[in-house]
Ligand binder design. Structure first.
Ligand SMILES: NC(=O)c1ccc[n+]([C@@H]2O[C@H](COP(=O)([O-])OP(=O)(O)OC[C@H]3O[C@@H](n4cnc5c(N)ncnc54)[C@H](OP(=O)(O)O)[C@@H]3O)[C@@H](O)[C@H]2O)c1
Length: 297
């Protein structure tokens, strides 16, 4: 069976920090701006302990419902107390998400960060993945995806053929290309591919950040990113723009998921998206060779 189609926009706004920082008024304003933007929005049951979905739902309420064409994706998460990720948990997770978001349908619903548990457990008859498949058949969700980090595990889920979409993060950027094989498999299978965290969690947009993919930056990668910065300076390109365009221009990516923490970051994203990165930058980037290991698994 061919994968179900997933509505996408070239950029998706990531909301893992929504409700985790800032005061209530600013968070509400950010949620309103996210919803008013032309981009799809990515959230999950677990982001900010459920507050990401709550703030988005409050914005949906203030707007009198989702406008035509507005896209919000969410994700099923394991039970936050017990770590259980079974059929009942998927159903509860979805019920909570629909309630918080004030919607009755999701165009895409991911299995989120299942890595603590074996693939075989979640793929077992009557388990989490079979439940997602049933939800898609019933039409409660339009499509189902796998959204997680560890590349071997994500690749294994992709190969099952059960999913319509995959979301990989921090592993297809200027500084780490290790998700390419799993993205190629997803492409061959006709799946929709989301590439999240094009800034590696921030360091490729903000030199003061000392982490890559939420882990300390390896020394060798620090030196390689310095060479990358020099290359960007030589071409009069903002490194953040190059990092964003690396993902957006790739044939392997349907949508690039960028974390937005403030309304200012949203304005900056619009500027970065429309900035031009010259072709010569990309050919000179090839000259730097493959980046060293970033520490992602
Ligand atoms: N397992 C999963 O499903 C999974 C995992 C990871 C990510 N995701 C999704 O992908 C989204 C993006 O991930 P991410 O936020 O971790 O990584 P990211 O998009 O690579 O980095 C976002 C961070 O970069 C910084 N930044 C953004 N624009 C900037 C600019 N113009 N100048 C300087 N700094 C800038 C911001 O930091 P500050 O604003 O804090 O300074 C922001 O928090 C998440 O929100 C989530 O929706 C999903």
């Amino acid at each position: 069976m061919s994968p179900a189609a997933v509505p996408t926009t070239p950029l998706t706004l990531g909301t893992s920090f929504l409700g985790a920082r800032g005061d209530a008024a600013r968070t509400a304003e950010l949620a309103d701006r996210l919803l008013a933007s032309p981009h799809a929005i990515d959230t999950s049951n677990a982001y900010a302990g459920g507050r990401s979905e709550q703030h988005l739902g409050a914005a949906v309420h203030r707007a009198g419902g989702l406008r035509a064409g507005q896209i919000i994706y969410s994700k099923a998460d394991a039970d936050p107390r017990t770590g259980v990720f079974d059929r009942d948990r998927v159903l509860t997770s979805l019920e909570e998400s629909l309630h918080r978001l004030e919607v009755d349908h999701l165009p895409l619903y991911h299995l989120h960060d299942p890595q603590p548990r074996p693939v075989a457990e979640l793929m077992a008859p009557g388990g989490a993945v079979e439940t997602l498949v049933q939800l898609r058949e019933e039409g409660v969700v339009g499509a189902i995806g796998i959204a997680a980090g560890p590349r071997e595990m994500v690749h294994e889920y992709v190969r099952t053929g059960a999913f319509d979409a995959v979301l990989t993060h921090n592993r297809f950027t200027l500084a780490d290309r290790s998700a390419r094989p799993l993205m190629e498999t997803a492409r061959e299978q006709g799946m929709t591919v989301f590439n999240a965290a094009p800034f590696g969690g921030g360091v490729l947009a903000d030199p003061s950040k000392q982490e890559y993919g939420y882990r300390p930056l390896p020394e060798e990668l620090v030196r390689w990113i310095e060479r990358l910065r020099e290359l960007a300076r030589d071409h009069h390109v903002e490194l953040a723009a190059a990092a964003l365009h690396f993902s957006v221009r790739s044939d392997l990516v349907d949508s690039t998921v960028v974390g937005i923490t403030t309304t200012e970051r949203l304005r900056q994203l619009e500027r970065l998206a429309t900035s031009v990165v010259p072709d010569a930058f990309w050919s000179d980037l090839d000259g730097l060779g493959e980046p060293p290991a970033s520490g992602t698994d």
